[in-house]
Write a protein that binds this ligand. Structure first.
Ligand code: NAD
Ligand code: UDP
Length: 323
């Protein structure tokens, strides 16, 4: 039997590059597509020269041409951190809408399975806690976060339309805050922001009073969930995330303590105004993932944070121009 071919859009990003590694390790041929708008060639540099890996530099909001057969498409292209999508509002809306349309068109033409990286942000600032897949969300369409939330909600609607009207075999993955090596230290998300400040000898900035909650999932757990979802037969949305919920202030204190242990230096914590529409709570209900995929996260926050901080410390040297 011939080898499966998997296209990964956003393949040079944080999550996309880990997916490239997993699919190559599973014996797939991988074609990564990325325009580097928020990604980094360094994330996939180790795959260049691998005969099963191909890279196409391309903006997926434009017509996508891929020759030969394609079995699976994982659509991960999109700015993902709040400061990225606030800086790139139009590109974020375009990649979620026009980009998703183009990638679905490719899936239809190739009769490929299609999986989209959606997000817990489709639930907005949720009025239901924890969030189950049947919750429709509480999103401000004209707020700063609207460019991301509404792009992803449109992307889900477009995906369901291609499933219902064109018979494309689709998967809807709702990812909750995921962290790990290859996050950019300057992407503004809570963990890299705290670690970056501590490395520079600055105070870690907690927005608001830090009582808002998040639930952080380590990247290897997410990748396992994605692998299982792709290989399942459900077309319904599935939450993948770690239900271990924590306030941002407690999270900052955990990072502070680990940074002190690992570098000998202790960063202060400072409070800053809470950005508009910042969700007050977030925690995935993963009953569906457990039942349909037999999946649940395995990596503790302590272990995951240690691995990620090690990565940041090894890659945050001034000559690498990351700081
Ligand atoms: P990332 O910014 O590291 O990766 C996104 C990649 O997409 C980058 O390499 C970027 O250059 C590429 N890209 C963006 N627009 C493109 C375009 N028009 N054409 C081609 N490539 C383009 O972010 P990430 O954290 O790896 O997120 C990947 C996906 O997962 C995104 O769709 C994001 O919305 C989703 N997601 C991530 C999280 C998380 O916690 N990391 C949570 C929910 C959803
Ligand atoms: N946050 C913070 N300090 C920072 C960066 C983020 O207090 O330097 C807060 C942010 O306001 C939010 C939470 O941490 O409440 C998670 O933010 P992140 O950008 O990681 O992801 P979000 O879940 O908001 O998309």
């Amino acid at each position: 039997m011939s080898q499966s071919v998997t296209v990964i859009t956003g393949g040079a990003g944080f999550l996309g590059s880990h997916l490239c590694d997993r699919f190559i390790a599973e014996g797939h041929k991988v074609i990564a597509i990325d325009n580097f708008i928020t990604g980094n060639p360094q994330n996939i540099a180790h795959l260049f020269g691998n005969e099963n890996f191909r890279f196409i530099k391309h903006d997926v909001t434009e017509f996508i041409y891929v020759d030969g057969k394609v079995d699976n498409i994982l659509h991960f292209a999109s700015p993902a951190s709040p400061i990225d999508y606030l800086k790139l509002p139009i590109q974020t809306l375009k990649v979620g809408s026009l980009g998703t349309h183009k990638v679905l068109g490719l899936a239809k033409a190739k009769q490929a399975k299609f999986l989209i990286a959606s997000t817990s942000e489709v639930y907005g600032d949720p009025l239901v806690h924890p969030q189950q897949e049947n919750y429709w969300g509480n999103v401000n369409p004209i707020g700063f976060r609207g460019v991301y939330d509404e792009a992803k909600r449109f992307a889900e609607a477009m995906t369901m339309a291609y499933h219902r009207y064109h018979g494309v075999d689709t998967r809807l993955l709702r990812i909750f805050n995921t962290y790990g090596p290859r996050m950019r230290l300057d992407d503004g998300r809570a963990l890299p922001s705290f670690v970056g400040s501590a490395i520079r000898g600055e105070a870690m900035t907690v927005y608001g009073d830090g009582s808002q909650t998040r639930s952080f999932c380590y990247v290897s757990d997410l990748v396992e969930g994605i692998w299982r979802l792709l290989n399942s037969n459900t077309n319904d949305p599935v939450n993948i995330g770690n239900p271990a919920e924590i306030t941002i202030l407690e999270f900052a204190k955990e990072v502070q303590a680990l940074m002190k242990e690992m570098t000998g230096k202790e960063a202060a914590i400072e409070f800053r105004p809470l950005p508009a529409d910042d969700p007050k709570v977030r925690q995935p209900d993963i009953t569906r993932a457990k039942e349909l995929l037999g999946w649940q996260p395995k990596v503790s926050r302590n272990d995951g944070l240690r691995e990620t901080i090690k990565y940041f410390l090894a890659n945050a040297l001034p000559e690498k121009n990351i700081l």
